[in-house]
Write a protein that binds this ligand. Structure first.
Ligand SMILES: [Fe+2]
Length: 156
């Protein structure tokens, strides 16, 4: 049965917010990854890759806020500490020293990783009947899978 934020048990709220904080952490790390590559990409495809990487980080910057504010709507704590996010994220940081193909592969991998984390968070929300969080996670997961395609298509 579907539940709204106010009807969730404390245990359910804690589990959902933990999953959402993981989504925020990976979205933040991937935002910085895309902006780092936007700055440092080189090669004959500089123009379109510079633009595409900007499109990615601008999307992710808005998504960080949507996910974190869903945590607040559920009554949880949104952990905005960068060191914690980097430590928790399954998407690794990158120093930006790489050729264009390496950047494309790393950013496509990051998109697939975040999509998987969001799908897992959607499952947790569904288990507790929190359809509104589930919907947000599904929408974000779908966006990351679209970016995975847009980015990785350069390598085929
Ligand atoms: Fe820029």
């Amino acid at each position: 049965m579907s539940q709204t934020a106010a009807a969730l048990s404390q245990d359910a709220q804690t589990e959902i917010c933990t999953a959402l904080n993981q989504c925020v952490a990976e979205t933040v790390v991937t935002t910085m990854l895309a902006q780092n590559f936007h700055w440092n990409v080189t090669g004959m495809a500089f123009g379109p890759l510079h633009e595409l990487f900007q499109q990615v980080y601008e999307d992710h910057f808005v998504a960080q806020d949507d996910l974190a504010e869903r945590i607040k709507a559920l009554g949880g704590h949104a952990n905005g500490k960068l060191a914690d996010m980097v430590a928790a994220s399954k998407v690794p940081e990158h120093d930006g020293h790489a050729d264009d193909k390496t950047m494309i592969a790393a950013l496509a991998d990051a998109q697939r990783t975040v999509a998987g984390t969001l799908a897992g968070a959607a499952d947790i929300a569904e288990k507790h009947g929190d359809m509104l969080t589930q919907d947000l996670c599904i929408e974000r997961g779908r966006t990351h899978e679209k970016f995975a395609w847009l980015i990785s298509a350069h390598l085929r």
